[in-house]
Design a protein around this ligand. Structure first.
Ligand SMILES: Cc1cc2nc3c(=O)[nH]c(=O)nc-3n(C[C@H](O)[C@H](O)[C@H](O)COP(=O)(O)OP(=O)(O)OC[C@H]3O[C@@H](n4cnc5c(N)ncnc54)[C@H](O)[C@@H]3O)c2cc1C
Length: 385
């Protein structure tokens, strides 16, 4: 056993890998468990044997960040290729550019507006009678008016969240979701890219550190805690407590995979805004690696639905009525000793990859600092409530 101590980590995704590497590098003996047969968690990518296409197995992942330390960190373990996320949507019988930008507005209304004209026009569309928007729908109507709302926000949101936009809080749509120029790059971040050989290679590089032992296909259960000096848990918070206070609400995704000989849709992501189309989008994976050439193609039709106990939890819903249940889990977690809940599932928050890595680096640093002065780690660095 290592002189420093034994650490267990539940989950070999980005959270577990980044924390594991940092602690193993400081002489801890780190055991990482993942119930799946592969590393990289939901970022897992694998090459399709027939077509050679790099497939984002749990849905498409695009790396984007303003955090230069995180960008430098991932670039130590993988070569990042330039990638801009450009999304299209099929709505009301036409294909438009997203996010809603000057091209979308001009095409939708049959105009040739310049930016100032478009801005003034959208103001005439906005429903100014709504002074204090409470719901997603009210917020969207207040910002962009009924026509754009129904074409680009209503159906997609309803399919994504499984409820009417009148039941979702206004806070989901924080800013005006429209651009008055032709910029169709989905993200604003300083750094954007795609790992040349996929995310699993990136995570393999992070895990390539003496002192780490991997146990794939192995569920970690809290009954094992006593064998370790400290545990980092990146599995679901409610799952840790065997769902004893009920199940926290998540949306899950079903991917209907199909192949095509050639170029199926000409872009990586095509959203479907109409409620009459049951899926939210189709992703064509070879377009996530535009530096590669493949004749065959692998596509996913993506369906969103409520998550059952045996499904993969994807997006936390965080309904208002869940607050008490979540608070109960947080209280129980804080009563535990020598365990820290991390990552998107452990803290029941949606986290982009860069935020996940930032939080994992901070968690590992805090742990190492606290150990030096013998202060116990908190259950959460970033509490869910
Ligand atoms: C559909 C979708 C698309 C996304 N797209 C993007 C994107 O484009 N850009 C971006 O920056 N981010 C994106 N994200 C977010 C990204 O997936 C997360 O930031 C990242 O996966 C979080 O890593 P993690 O290690 O915290 O969790 P995970 O990747 O979920 O890893 C947790 C691991 O723990 C394992 N586990 C759980 N419980 C146990 C247990 N008891 N014992 C053992 N193992 C266990 C699980 O099997 C899993 O492998 C997307 C997320 C989703 C859902």
């Amino acid at each position: 056993m290592s002189a420093r101590g034994r650490i267990a980590i539940a989950g070999a995704g980005l959270s577990g890998a980044v924390i594991g590497r940092a602690l193993a590098a400081e002489g801890y003996s780190v055991e990482i468990f993942d119930s799946r047969s592969h590393i990289a968690g939901n970022c897992h990518t694998e090459r399709d044997a027939d077509t050679g296409v790099m497939v984002h197995v749990y849905g498409p992942h695009i790396f984007h960040t303003d955090d230069t330390e995180v960008w430098d960190y991932v670039n130590r373990f993988a070569t990042f290729m330039p990638y801009k996320n450009r999304v299209k949507t099929t709505s009301q019988g036409q294909v438009f550019s997203l996010p809603v930008n000057l091209h979308t507005i001009n095409q939708f209304f049959g105009k040739t507006f310049r930016p100032d004209e478009a801005r003034a026009f959208i103001e005439t569309q906005a429903d100014t009678s709504i002074t204090d928007p409470q719901t997603f729908e009210e917020q969207a109507l207040r910002f962009v008016g009924r026509d754009l709302y129904e074409a680009f926000f209503k159906g997609y949101t309803q399919k994504q969240w499984g409820c009417s936009p009148t039941a979702l809080p206004a806070s989901i749509l924080k800013r005006l979701p429209v651009r008055f120029n032709y910029d169709d790059n989905y993200f604003f971040h300083k750094h954007q890219g795609m790992p040349e050989n996929g995310y699993t290679e990136l995570v393999r590089g992070i895990l390539d550190q003496p002192g780490i032992t991997l146990h794939l296909g192995t569920v970690y259960h809290r009954s094992q805690n006593d064998a370790f000096d400290h545990v980092f848990y990146s599995g679901p918070l409610d799952g840790y407590f065997d769902y004893e206070n009920g199940q926290l609400g998540y949306r899950t995704l079903d991917f209907e995979r199909f192949t095509y000989d050639g170029d199926y849709q000409g872009c990586a992501v095509m959203n479907y805004g109409d409620v009459s189309v049951p899926y939210t989008r189709i992703t064509e994976h070879k377009h996530f690696s535009p530096w590669e050439t493949h004749q065959g193609s692998v596509c996913y039709r993506e369906f969103s639905r409520e998550c059952g106990q045996d499904d993969i939890p994807y997006y936390p819903i965080r309904l208002v009525e869940e607050k008490q249940q979540l608070a109960a889990y947080v209280r129980r977690a804080e009563e535990e000793t020598a365990i820290t809940f991390v990552g998107r599932l452990g803290t029941y928050r949606y986290l982009d990859m860069d935020v996940t890595i930032r939080e994992a680096l901070d968690t590992a640093r805090l742990f190492l600092d606290q150990r030096r002065v013998d202060i116990p780690m908190p259950a959460f660095l970033h509490a869910p409530v």
